[in-house]
Design a protein around this ligand. Structure first.
Ligand code: SF4
Ligand code: SF4
Length: 762
């Protein structure tokens, strides 16, 4: 990193660069009222508004002031040479300012111990100016010395104002309402330097990012126009874009108007800059998660772009951090639409006028001016730059790439246990989905580029809901319905209501019915390359498990009862149990070893059987922040809860309460039974891959928790007592319908927004 300290003189001598009162006035408009009185002082019309300048020349908070050495020296007990020089500097500054007619009176409030030194310095400073005696006396009349006990808590603005002016400030009023500005001694000295030499008195150190990736540190006087700073450093380079500050809160700089102000920390120069293309919101909820004050930025954005008021929705609580814009994969200019700074203060003059109006002393009986309008004006005044739709860490393509990667994992599991047939179905479904998108969107003249990847993903997910032995036409049909109806017809990208792939899945189930029965599983000797069509059936009672079954060498696959089928039969009381507990019979005679359901060596929808692959995929999505952990956890907890406590039917139809804590000869059969439920059928793929689909699930963390819990409960209730087979698909689709409602009841309460919203609505 190159480091360059540009001497202040470079700005003073370069034409057009340097601090003028006008420029500092602009900079002053950006200062916090109490933060830096110097710039504020120069940003107003002194004789009209500042009647008294109160200079704190004692060290009330050692180490906290910008120039504590100066303050220590002035207020210090020992009569050091440094103390004398510092005292002279302060006094000289007061004299200069008084001579410039900056205000009616200047009060130097010093520690009692330093009073003598200040008096001497005052006389010396007056002599040094060489003023005629009458003029010197006139100046002297405007500068008053006041001494206080250094330990007295007079540093408080209210106490200081009372001590100097005798005015008792009402609660909520600042010293300015009494026509006073309180500045530190070092501020006064810097101001005097400016008045005496005409050179800038305040500078900021900022990082300059050059187009080739090089960076340098520069010290820039406040008020320097950004365009001139850039020209000074880069020559006449043509720049496409200038961004002030970092990527988080960065803002496009209107180069001809912006000046370096106290908040400028960095300036980035770009000679080429690809502006991210904006695509519709996909309701991923990342802006909600990112918002530090718990707003729902997309709601505010939609309200603002529709011309509705945003105050009652909590926009007043927005701190303008731009985080929502930064993380949005759709690159929507969220914050710019509703932050107070969006009312771009191109009218700096207006901002200065506001500052002047606010600092003017109000009549004594006027109520405190803390109104929402004043707040809003102040906020507007504090930022003259529009927040940018800056590119965050991920865009839509990255987001889809993550989902593709996650979805590829269960496909891999399917290829291992169901062979090339799984790959063929997936390829056909993806191709059909892409074709459908191209034909429909292309035919309607809609942009299809961003949509293609998403449609392909929906096609792949639809294929994963089919058994590997499903007819190819079923895959085509499912993918086409998923994209054509589930996605495009119900609103399109980012707006559809139900998970498109599951819309395709349930309609395919309806149309192809028996053709979608769970298929065979390849035997350990024929993994990946085996042929599932050459399978032999094995009765569930005679099936010891995938790794232990003995089949003839030439047999590629076995056709067995899927575990979820046995679990359903047990819930229906369709397993004859005699006098033994039904769960014991179920576990002993009808279910494969539990590890088979984990690794995926069981029949079922080809993407739903390999629990390990699905769990890894889900954890990857959580790691990449594409999935909130609340969703899969909610599904698992909801399903486990129902399986744990709900009764099963016995042969003959009577209900038998079966708590998951049941044991049989110290074996926790209840827990094992629940674990079978959790790793069988469509539960794992629902939890880790389907329920968390961004557009169709809630946006808030709490909402996702609730959504997951509901999906888990509905799924398990359907499995135990329902008549539909695809309980996972139906549970998600059903809860998708309630997503807007869950979003509404799970809306986070904005910090500070409640009171403001109330005030705005009054
Ligand atoms: S809504 Fe406001 S506070 Fe929340 S992330 Fe966006 S800019 Fe920041
Ligand atoms: S795409 Fe996601 S981050 Fe962007 S506005 Fe929509 S919900 Fe927020």
């Amino acid at each position: 990193m190159a480091t360059a300290d540009l001497p202040t003189a470079a700005y003073a001598t370069a034409p057009g660069i340097g601090l003028t009162l006008e420029r500092l006035r602009h900079a002053g408009a950006l200062f916090d009222e109490e933060g830096d009185a110097l710039a504020g002082f120069l940003s107003i019309d002194p004789p009209a508004t500042v009647r008294r300048l109160i200079v704190r020349c004692f060290d009330s908070e050692p180490g906290l002031d910008g120039d504590s050495t100066l303050l220590h020296s002035v207020a210090g007990e020992s009569g050091t040479a440094a103390g004398t020089i510092a005292a002279r500097r302060v006094v000289r500054a007061a004299v200069e300012l008084a001579a410039a007619g900056g205000c009616e009176s200047i009060h130097l409030v010093v520690a009692r111990e330093a009073a003598l030194r200040i008096r001497r310095a005052w006389r010396a400073a007056a002599d040094m100016r060489g003023e005629p005696k009458a003029a010197a006396h006139a100046i002297a009349r405007r500068v008053a010395l006041r001494w206080v006990d250094a330990l007295h808590p007079i540093a408080h603005p209210v106490l200081l104002t009372r001590a100097v002016t005798g005015i008792e400030l009402p609660p909520g009023r600042s010293a300015k309402s009494a026509g006073c500005w309180i500045v530190s001694a070092s501020t006064l000295a810097a101001l005097a330097d400016y008045l005496e030499t005409g050179r800038p008195c305040l500078s900021v150190r900022l990082m300059l990012g050059l187009p080739r990736g090089e960076t340098m540190w520069v010290t820039v006087p406040l008020g320097t126009p950004v365009s001139q700073l850039v020209a000074h450093v880069t020559g006449s380079m043509h720049l496409q874009r200038i961004v002030a500050n970092g990527w988080l809160s960065g803002a496009d700089v209107p180069g001809d108007k912006a000046v370096v102000d106290a908040r400028t920390q960095a300036i980035w120069l770009f000679d080429e800059f690809a502006r991210p293309s904006v695509v519709p919101c996909i309701r991923c909820g990342q802006c909600v998660t990112a918002c530090p004050v718990r707003l729902v930025p997309i709601d505010l954005y939609e309200a603002a772009t529709a011309g509705a008021t945003t105050g009652s929705r909590g926009a007043d609580a927005c701190i303008g951090c731009n985080m929502c814009t930064y993380v949005c994969p759709s690159h929507l200019p969220l914050a710019a639409a509703f932050t107070p700074s969006a009312a771009r203060t191109e009218h700096i003059v207006e901002a200065s006028a506001i500052a002047a109006a606010e600092t003017a002393a109000p009549p004594p009986d006027e109520p405190p001016a803390h109104t929402a309008a004043a707040d809003s004006r102040r906020l507007r005044r504090t930022s003259m730059l529009d927040p940018l739709p800056l590119a965050g860490t991920a865009d839509l393509h990255d987001l889809l790439a993550v989902w593709w990667t996650a979805t590829a994992l269960p496909l891999l599991g399917a290829v291992v246990f169901f062979g090339a047939a799984a790959l063929k179905l997936a390829a056909v479904a993806v191709a059909t989905a892409l074709l459908t998108e191209i034909v429909i969107s292309g035919g309607r003249g809609k942009p299809i580029r961003g949509n293609l990847s998403h449609s392909g993903l929906m096609g792949l997910l639809a294929a994963l809901t089919l058994p590997a032995t499903a007819p190819v036409w079923a895959a085509c049909y499912g993918a086409a319905v998923a994209v054509g109806f589930g996605k495009i017809a119900t609103g399109g990208f980012g707006r559809y209501v139900w998970h498109p792939a599951l819309v395709g899945a349930v309609t395919t189930q309806f149309v192809f019915g028996a053709g979608l029965a769970a298929g065979p599983v390849l035997t350990p000797r024929h993994l990946i390359f085996g042929d599932v069509s050459s399978a032999i059936p094995i009765e569930s009672g005679a099936y010891p498990g995938w790794g232990r079954s003995r089949v003839p060498l030439g047999v590629n696959a076995v056709r067995v009862d899927p575990p979820v089928g046995a679990l359903r039969r047990a819930a229906d009381g369709a397993i004859p149990t005699g006098h033994e507990p039904p769960i014991l019979v179920l576990l002993r005679d009808h279910l494969p070893p539990w590890e088979d359901t984990l690794i995926g060596a069981t029949p079922g929808p080809m993407g739903a059987t390999c629990s390990i692959a699905l769990i890894v995929a889900g954890l990857y999505l959580v790691h990449r922040r594409m999935l909130s952990w609340g969703t899969p956890l909610g599904v698992l907890i909801g399903a486990a809860m129902i399986a744990w406590i709900f009764p099963l039917r016995e042969t003959g139809g009577a209900l038998r309460w079966f708590p998951g804590s049941a044991t049989e000869e110290t074996v926790p059969i209840g827990l094992i039974y629940v674990l079978y439920h959790l790793t069988s059928g469509q539960l794992v793929i629902t939890a880790f891959l389907l329920a968390g689909e961004p557009t169709t699930s809630p946006m808030t963390r709490v909402g996702r928790w609730r959504f997951g819990l509901c999906v888990g409960c509905v799924l398990m209730l359907m499995r135990l007592y329902g008549i539909v087979e695809a309980e996972g698909w139906w549970a998600v689709l059903l809860m998708n319908t309630f997503t807007p409602l869950i979003d509404r009841i799970s809306r986070p309460r904005a910090w500070g927004g409640g009171e403001r919203a109330e005030r705005a609505s009054r």
